[in-house]
Design a protein around this ligand. Structure first.
Ligand code: GRF
Length: 249
């Protein structure tokens, strides 16, 4: 009688284990295979558009198992929201003006971002300084594009700063975000010449054209795990200097 009972219980347990194993498999495939990108914007959204166009043209879903899954704006009137919708991306507006403190805004922002379990959180013209807690929460996953060759010209009006300094080359930087504004490990940069005839607008346009090449390129390096941020240092694997320093034609 004992033997029979043993025999009848075991297949049942076995089935339960098999089921749990399968669940674990499915869960790990779903949670680790797809790399979700969440993009934060405040305005025009031309860098967002560059990323979405390249991701579509290069079929990132299939080739990199990566996709922009959400665009969040802190401004209701950001033109980039229309671009996101055109690409069928979910959009959310979280207006910073509705919050009493920077901490409260960042907490709400993080709660919305975390719904998407992001591999990368991309600041593409997101004009808010983020709190330390926010930055730490996304350490190694938080990336920004800045329109200068950092560490030169952090902050605003970078093209004006470059013209005032009389530099002969200028450009853009994609970097991991750290506690300090417009600092943090540099992933890749793009360089343009400054021409004697340049005014702020002409220089900005030349840099922007390169930003649109640079940002999808840097994201690709990140998604392919050829660059990573480890203990505040950028680690580069399998990509040479030309990949990290783009030059305009
Ligand atoms: C870009 O110049 C970017 O480098 C800076 O803000 C600007 C955003 O432009 N951080 P857009 O919204 O992507 O057109």
């Amino acid at each position: 009688e004992k033997a029979t009972r043993k025999y009848t219980v075991r297949p049942g347990l076995f089935r339960v284990f098999r089921y749990l194993e399968r669940l674990a498999d499915v869960w790990s495939v779903q949670s680790s295979a797809m790399k979700n990108i969440v993009v934060l914007i405040s305005g025009r959204g031309s860098n967002l558009e560059a990323v979405l166009s390249v991701a579509e043209a290069e079929r990132w879903r299939e080739t990199l198992q990566a996709a922009v899954v959400a665009v969040i704006s802190n401004r209701r009137d950001a033109a980039g929201l229309t671009i996101a919708r055109r690409f069928g991306i979910a959009t959310t507006i979280i207006e910073h003006t509705a919050f009493a403190s920077r901490e409260a805004f960042d907490a709400a922002l993080a709660a919305e971002i975390d719904r998407h379990d992001p591999a990368v959180v991309l600041l593409a013209g997101f004009m808010r300084v983020l709190t330390k807690d926010f930055v730490h929460h996304y350490a190694g996953r938080l990336v920004n594009i800045h329109p200068s060759l950092l560490p030169l010209f952090p902050g605003l009006r970078t093209h004006r700063q470059a013209l005032a300094a009389g530099v002969r080359v200028h450009g853009a930087t994609v970097h991991f975000v750290s506690d300090a504004v417009d600092a943090g490990g540099i992933i890749a940069q793009a360089v343009v010449s400054v021409r004697p005839s340049d005014d702020e607008a002409a220089l900005a346009a030349r840099v922007l054209e390169q930003e649109h090449r640079l940002l999808p390129h840097a994201l690709r390096l990140l998604l392919e795990q050829r660059v990573a941020y480890v203990d505040g240092h950028v680690v580069v694997r399998d990509c040479g200097a030309p990949d990290l320093a783009l030059q305009s034609a």
